[in-house]
Structure formats: C-alpha cells, structure tokens
Design a protein. Sequence first.
Length: 441
Amino acid sequence: MSRIVPPRQRASALLLALLLTSLGSGTVATASPAAAPLSLEQALRLAETRSQALQAQDAAALAARHQSHAAERLPDPMLQLSLANVPVDGPSRFSLDEDPMTMRSVGLAQTFTRKAKRQARSQRFKRQAEEAETGRGVRLATMRQQTAQAWFAYYYQQRLHELLLRQRRLAAELVEAQRSAYGSGQASLSEVLEAQTLEAEIGTRLYDASAAVDAAKARLARWVGTLETDRLAIPPALDQTRITAHLSDHKPDALPSLARISAQRRSALADADVARAEARADLTWSLMYTQRSEPFSDLASIGVSFPLQWNKKNRQQRQVAAKLAEADRLAAEHEEHLREHLMEVDVLLAQWRSNLKQLRDYEEKLIPLAAQRSASTLSAYRGNNTSLASVLKARLDELATATEKLNLEARTAELWSELEFLVPDNASLPTDNRAMAPGRE
C-alpha cells in the first residue's frame, strides 16, 4: 500500500468531521440548559416594566390631572386679623383699651373667581395631562425600538461570533494543509504565508466579535436588567411589519412625536383661553368686625376690591396674542415634522424592501451556489483531482458568504425594529416566535 493513502484518508475523515461540525447551528448556547431562552416579546415586556421614564411620564400626567381638579374650585377664603392705632408712647403706651382710637378687628375675605375662568384653568391642566401622556408614547416607542435593536444585535453578534470560530478552525486546517503541500512540493511558500495571514486576520476579527457580543449583551441588559440566560429565542419574521404602506395611509397623530406636538398645540390654545378669561377681573369681597374701647361702639365693615386693568391693550390682549402665536407655531411645526417623518419612513421602507430582496438572493442563489462549489471541490478532492487546501478554501468562501448574509440580516432587523415599533401599540408585540426570518437556517 502506498504511504500517501493513509494520510489522505485521515485528512478526508478530519475534513468530513469539520464540515459536519461547521454545518451545525450558529447560535451560541452558553447558558444553563434549564434556563429558558429570552424572546423578543419578553424583552419588550421587561423593558416596559423596568422603565423609569414611563413612570415619570405617568406621574406628570397624574399631577396635571390633580391640578385640573383643584383649579375648578374657588380660592380659599382669607381670615383677616388686625390691631390698629396702638399708642407707642405716653402714659397709655402699648395699652389696648385706654386709647379710644385703638381697634381690634377680625374679618373674612373671599375672592370669587368667575366660573368660566376656573373652567379654562382646569382645561389647561387637562391639556397638560394629555401632553404628558403623549410624551409617554414617545418614550414607549423609543424604548421598544431600542430594546428590539439591542435584542437583535445580541442575537446576531452571537451567530457572527460562532461563524468566525468556525472559520478560524478551517483556517487553521488550511494552514496545516498548505504546510503539508509545501513540504511535498505541491504548494509555494507564498500560499503558506497567505493561509497564515488569513488565520491571523480571522483571529483579529474574533477579538472585535467577542467585544461586540459583550457590548450587545450590556446594551440589552440596560433595558431588560441582568440576563438570566445568554440564549435567545427564534426572532420574529423580518419580512412583515405593520408599516408596510405609505405613512400617509395611517393617521398622522398615531406617530408619538406628532401626537405630542398636537397635544402641545392644544395646550397653547388652552393657555390662550385662560389669558382671555384672565382679562376679566375677579372681585374680592370682605367682611370685618372691629371692636373699640368704651364708650365707643363696635363697627362692622364690608368691602370689595378688584384690580384696575387700565392698559388691557398692551397687557391682557398681548398675552392672548402671544398664546395664539405659540399655537400657530406648533401647528406649523406639526406640518413640518409630518413631512419629515413621511420622508424618513419612506427611506426606511425602501431600504428594508431592498434588504429583503438581497436576502432572498442570498437564500435562493448565493448560499446554494457557495454550497455547491464547496461540495464540488470536496468531490474533486475525493477523486484525487484537487488538494485539501482547495476544499478548505471553498468551505471558507461558503462561510464568508453566510457571514455576509448574516450581516445583511442584522441590518434588516434594525430597520424592521424602527418600522415595527414606530407606533407604540400593545397589539404590535410579536407573539409568534416560530416564524422564521428570511433566509434563517
């Protein structure tokens, strides 16, 4: 028997083992088997439960509603106590009953705020509560987008890290194969150095990939808290999203940022109503009882007071005009933001659809062609028509194609997150984790 055959058989066995191993799942599963994988829906629920920003907006809305109820009531009455004309020198100094001019008074005053004014103030606080609630919608949409993007980043960084590990194993085998071929005169020194360079480059990329996994984990933990498992559930399908048509087909104020501007404009209009109501002065009535020394009689007094609005044109009316101008500003800003959002969403949709087409090309053409090329090279190697190095190179090319496709899928998931959670709707949370994203193995 030739001395060359046994090493080749051993190499073939090693190669087949490597190929079978590398064709396995790329998902990293380093956590305890007992720990359930974290799904995207669970991550979103955890983030919403833990969010202090949402609680802050809820508290702001509650505070405004409490103020709205208080504003509907009349101001508290005022108790008035006074001591007048007390002598400070002479034989009766500091006496309260010797000088006939000394008077002790007790009174009650009440400002009667007009009902229309109280209703206007109450309505203003209600609008502020609505503004806080729309602010919560903005926070919720942003939180869900960022949580979903962090979840996808961790998922795909794990898979990319596993692909690089598989590439490094193959690159190490390629180095050994090239060295063996160089020793037998079937490869040049440059080919050996090229293989070593490739192995070193993959090793360097692994450092970045490991750091990216850790960073993605930290980013996800920022939203969901300490992770009990490093395993993530199967992601939802990336080829379906609620925002699939032109954004103008949806209600504009469904977008949290636009809804907040609309709420701010309603608040400005409510401020204008308050300013109009404030232009009419309130009356304050008072009743006072005054006690005097003998032989003088006690006295009773009644009075009314009100502000003198002698310059309404330059004060009250200008305040109303200022509030109306603010409302006009917010209306114009709403329209400008709507146009900006329409453009941004159209860009996102265009890129998302383009990525889906590219993913289909990877799934239907590029990945199968790379696999066929790898299988063809392996078949040629078995027929003693090519070298082991060629087989390993073909497999590395196949893994490189899979890596490109995975990177594209990660970018598509980021776009999907922005679109899917553009509007904070509880019904939008993905519940079917069995759905496979385009091109998922």
